[in-house]
Design a protein around this ligand. Structure first.
Ligand code: DP6
Length: 325
């Protein structure tokens, strides 16, 4: 009745942006990502007939139950298990929440794996990914190992993530440069609904299949230069959609922009590093492992950078024996 799971966050190289079904969280397009070794959530779930209400503690703070996304996810698990038992959930991120880094991917992946096991369900990786997707879209990619593709699918059963390669396949690194701890004004969930208000969104969708094919090809060939150029263009395209949505979504800060300029400059100087971005101001710097130290060194002298986190490719969500409660 009690289980604990650890799950990584992930960085998308081809981004999930826009939903064709808000309730089921079916994405408008396929996406590709890598699990991140140093951005982890650990979650313990206990179902117990003695509990008279659900209780949720995230990073030592008790959450309000009303309208809570975690409770909604527990309800999905209870429905599958045909159970009405109340749950206690304790969840901890190994990275400070104040950094503003999103934890919904690692959070819902860990909740899914721990919750399903605690409820006595025996789900396949595909079933876990489908379940995680309904909590947070990007969480479905934190279930399989390493380098991952989310097959968009038109139904719940066909929209799930699969591993393309295990974590040790390619020695690339994601150095997260935290530039501010302010929380974004509009969440990803709200942003997804605005995607189609951009006049460029349809064009973006048209280009997705070819981009997916290319990025998979570059990963297969381990062609870091072509891969880097493509993922950087994809990140800028995502932000072009943000900027041209109604209302407009402006996430980048002066510090983020300075970093984007610097990455291009460092490249001209011979240090091969590319950037990618999410719904927020922080910048993810992607390089080969051999260049990671150099990149961190460059970042460490900048006033704009508050913190750096070096991530290697990681395995997906899994159960562990040590419980948090
Ligand atoms: C820009 O998965 O956080 O990071 O499904 O509403 O929880 P919800 O959204 P979320 O969106 C992630 C958006 C992104 C791109 C990506 O990770 O693919």
């Amino acid at each position: 009745m009690k289980a604990t799971a650890v799950a990584p966050s992930n960085i998308a190289f081809i981004k999930y942006w826009g939903v064709k079904d808000e309730i089921l969280r079916l994405p408008k397009n396929g996406s590709i990502s890598m699990n991140l070794s140093e951005l982890l959530t650990t979650t313990t779930v206990e179902f117990n007939p003695d509990f008279y209400q659900d209780s949720i503690t995230v990073n030592n703070i008790q959450e309000i139950i009303e309208g809570n996304r975690i409770i909604k996810h527990l309800d999905r698990i209870r429905k599958l298990a045909n159970s009405d038992l109340k749950a206690k959930v304790i969840s901890e991120n190994n990275f400070p929440t104040s950094t503003g880094l999103s934890s919904s991917a690692s959070g819902f992946a860990a909740l899914t794996v721990a919750g399903a096991a605690a409820a006595g369900l025996q789900l396949s990786e595909k079933e876990l990914s489908i379940l995680a997707r309904q909590g947070s879209g990007s969480a479905c990619r934190s279930i399989p190992d390493g380098f991952v593709e989310w097959l968009d699918g038109d139904t719940s059963e066909t929209s799930y993530a699969v591993s393309l390669y295990p974590k040790d396949y390619w020695d690339i690194v994601d150095v997260v440069a935290v530039v501010s701890t302010i929380k974004k004004e509009i969440s990803s969930t709200e942003g997804h609904k605005l995607a189609t208000t951009s006049p460029f969104f349809d064009r973006r969708l048209q280009l997705n299949k070819e981009k997916m094919r290319l990025v998979k090809h570059y990963i297969k060939e381990k062609n870091f230069t072509a891969f880097g150029q493509l993922i950087e263009a994809e990140a800028l395209e995502l932000h072009a959609i943000y900027l041209t949505s109604h209302p407009s979504l402006i996430y980048l800060l002066p510090a983020s922009l300075r970093l984007l300029h610097l990455v291009k400059k460092w490249r001209q100087e011979g240090l091969e590093v590319y950037f990618t971005l999410n719904t927020g101001q922080d910048v993810h710097l992607i390089c080969e492992k051999k260049n990671a130290k150099k990149v961190v060194q460059k970042l460490s002298v900048l006033d704009e950078v508050q913190n750096t986190i070096i991530n290697y490719p990681s395995k997906g969500a899994h159960l562990i024996k040590k419980h948090l409660l």
